[in-house]
Design a protein around this ligand. Structure first.
Ligand SMILES: CC(=O)N[C@H]1[C@@H](OP(=O)(O)OP(=O)(O)OC[C@H]2O[C@@H](n3ccc(=O)[nH]c3=O)[C@H](O)[C@@H]2O)O[C@H](CO)[C@@H](O)[C@@H]1O
Ligand SMILES: C=C(OP(=O)(O)O)C(=O)O
Length: 428
């Protein structure tokens, strides 16, 4: 099992290219199920989740071709599709639930394994099921599978008004894709406003869908009879960019993040600036400069839906707070179990106390104390990133075990960090 070995204490300098977003690429790969014409995606990141999604789509009969160095994939979901997503392919990746909407819309039936339990919370899919039922789908849970079909006498999904109990990102994406081929109008109330939802809507529009209001909390979709092929470049990954911003903030140095989109990271950038980090827009990205964590002021924050502070950046910013000056509090409001990095950060010497959904952090900056390297265990994707950041500033050697979690969502992170001057290597 691969691990990362880090020798802490280096400042970071240079330029890093930000890859396409995992959370946009995954729904966009699923959207190719909506048409029998080829769809080309560019800037698809090289990630384990993308490879898993590719295997899942190929298993259903989608032909996938890779081209070029720059993450080009052409997907062709021709006529012979088997709408089955088996447990073996679904268990490691929550996003596999995103095949349900497109399959129902295109074929009127699907059999999709419930996604496996996840470390960060229970993550039910009740809202996905309720919304698709409102569009006329009949969905039963049988032997761990969602078995879905259209109601008798119905040849297409029907447009509906869907108001979810909470804001759900993949739920919004599933409804958006399903509604493109439904009969009549669908209105999504309480829709997620994340940039990845907007990027998906832009791909769907390029395929011939009629969508208005994406990027706001109410999205209107007029169903059409068919969609066609298109070409689309996946938006830059704001969470990868945010992770590099926190890494440079903690280590100190000056780095250009090529392709990063500052307008997608406003809540995070505001906190970094308040901490004492300089973040400036450049022609094609962001320029970040930091004196190093010990001279920064720790920042309190609460995670909320976009445009608020992203839950997917909570663990990385907490690592920064642990080595900055002063005390801070972090409240996680999206997932009930997303503090698993805390125990591992404590093993490196971080002073953090958890009280329910609140973490209280006593920053080491200016106290004379430091994190000290140790072997730590990655428990989920962003927890792994937070341990890498902590390892980069800790004294001595840190080994981060179980980095298959990191490989789910970061495109060659250790190579990118090494190019910036970090001492980090992958070991078996
Ligand atoms: C592939 C992808 O895009 N993953 C992102 C997506 O996950 P995902 O789309 O799974 O997260 P949601 O936005 O759906 O979850 C928000 C909250 O709603 C709850 N919920 C959701 C659906 C449902 O049917 N029932 C229910 O109770 C969840 O358990 C969670 O507490 O958004 C999360 C929140 O920004 C991010 O952390 C993930 O990186
Ligand atoms: C939680 C995440 O991903 P997923 O929804 O794929 O588990 C994430 O990207 O931080």
């Amino acid at each position: 099992m691969d691990k990362l070995r880090i020798q802490g204490g280096q400042r970071l300098h240079g330029e890093v290219p930000i890859s396409g977003a995992k959370n946009a690429a995954l729904p966009e790969l699923c959207a190719t199920l909506l048409t029998d014409e080829p769809v080309t995606l560019r800037n698809v990141p090289r990630l384990r989740d993308v490879a898993t999604m590719r295997r899942l789509l190929e298993h259903m009969g989608v032909q996938v071709q890779t081209h070029g160095e720059r993450g080009g994939l052409t997907l062709h979901a021709g006529a012979a599709l088997e709408p089955l997503a088996p447990y073996e392919l679904v268990k490691t990746m929550r996003a596999s639930v995103l095949v349900l909407g497109p399959l129902l819309a295109r074929l009127g039936r699907a059999r999709v394994s419930l996604p496996g339990g996840c470390a960060i919370g229970s993550r039910p899919v009740d809202q996905h099921i309720k919304g698709l039922q409102a569009m006329g789908a009949q969905i039963a849970i049988e032997h761990g599978y969602m078995v879905a079909q259209l109601a008798p006498g119905q040849s297409r999904l029907r447009g509906a008004r869907i108001a979810t109990d909470m804001i759900t990102v993949t739920g919004t994406e599933n409804f958006l894709m399903a509604a493109t081929l439904a009969e009549g109008e669908t209105v999504l109330e309480n829709a997620a406003q994340e940039p990845e939802v907007t990027d998906l809507a832009e791909l769907l529009i390029a395929m011939g869908a009629q969508i208005e209001g994406h990027g706001s909390s109410r999205i209107r979709i007029q169903g059409v009879e068919r969609l066609h092929g298109a070409e689309h470049a996946v938006v830059a990954d704001r969470i990868e960019a945010g992770t590099f911003l926190c890494a440079v903030a903690a280590c100190g140095g000056a780095v250009h993040l090529r392709h990063a989109r500052g307008e997608h990271l406003e809540a995070l950038i505001e906190k970094l600036r308040e901490a004492g980090v300089s973040v400036q827009a450049s022609v094609d990205g962001l320029q970040v400069q930091s004196p190093g964590a010990a001279l920064l002021r720790a920042q309190s924050f609460r995670t909320t839906e976009y445009p608020g502070f992203p839950t997917d950046m909570q663990a990385q910013f907490m690592a920064l707070n642990a080595v900055a000056q002063g005390s801070s509090s972090v409240t996680e409001t999206i997932f009930e179990n997303r503090f698993m990095h805390v125990h591992e950060l404590q093993r490196l010497g971080a002073k953090i106390r958890i009280d329910g959904r609140l973490a209280l952090i006593e920053g080491l900056g200016g106290s004379g104390a430091h994190l000290s390297g140790a072997t730590v265990m990655a428990t989920d994707l962003r927890a792994s990133a937070s341990l890498v950041i902590a390892g980069l500033v800790a004294e001595g050697e840190t080994v981060v075990d179980r980095i298959y979690h990191l490989d789910r969502g970061y495109d060659q992170m250790e190579l990118k960090l090494r190019a910036l001057g970090a001492q980090i290597e992958r070991i078996a």
